[in-house]
Design a protein around this ligand. Structure first.
Ligand SMILES: [Fe+2]
Ligand SMILES: [Fe+2]
Length: 192
């Protein structure tokens, strides 16, 4: 069940970053905070590399096993599978909105709106997983299921040659260090 703990931890990390970006955008919009474009870029990178490309693939093998054992979770699992599959399109919208804003500061509102949509989607996604799926994983999957699902996830990561060794915990700490108080320990300029 180590995977379940990791999934819950990742949900918390994602919720923190989403909250931080939302807070910063509100402050920038109100003229109380100078935008840190590098920090926004790093945060969107974190959402792409960590949430979209690593977190959902860790869930997929577990969700597929649960579908075989828990018919009452079928609707939620089908919806979540569609949402996982839409990850590339979802993050592309956010990346494009950020790039447009970097090229033209007048596009701030459009970026803020794109981010709000993204954050709102994630709130619902995580709530659905935590209410309809994670408790059932706990009761319906056995140790062999957990081990097999984790092995599939690791094989998937290796086959896609993702930046598997990227230090996400370190990046998370850096993001928090640069985000303004009270959500972070900054503001402090983000540097690579
Ligand atoms: Fe997910
Ligand atoms: Fe999740």
């Amino acid at each position: 069940m180590e995977a379940l703990r990791i999934i819950s931890d990742e949900h918390q990390a994602l919720a923190s970053i989403l909250h931080a970006i939302r807070f910063m955008l509100k402050e920038v919009g109100a003229g109380r905070l100078a935008p840190d474009l590098k920090l926004f870029q790093a945060m969107v990178h974190y959402l792409d590399a960590y949430a979209e490309q690593r977190h959902h693939p860790r869930e997929d093998p577990l969700f597929i096993r649960l579908a075989e054992r828990s018919p009452e979770a079928a609707d939620a699992l089908a919806r979540l599978a569609e949402q996982h599959a839409a990850a590339p399109a979802r993050i592309a919208v956010l990346q494009q909105a950020l790039e447009a804003y970097i090229a033209d500061p007048a596009r701030f509102e459009a970026f803020a709106q794109a981010f709000d949509d993204y954050a709102e989607f994630y709130r619902g996604h995580i709530m659905l997983e935590e209410s309809a799926v994670l408790p059932r994983l706990r009761t319906h999957l056995d140790a062999a299921d957990w081990a097999a699902a984790e092995a599939e996830f690791q094989a998937d990561m290796a086959s896609r040659d993702l930046a598997a060794h990227e230090d996400f915990a370190g990046l998370f700490s850096k993001l928090v260090a640069c985000a303004p108080a009270p959500i972070g320990f900054g503001p402090r300029p983000f540097t690579d």
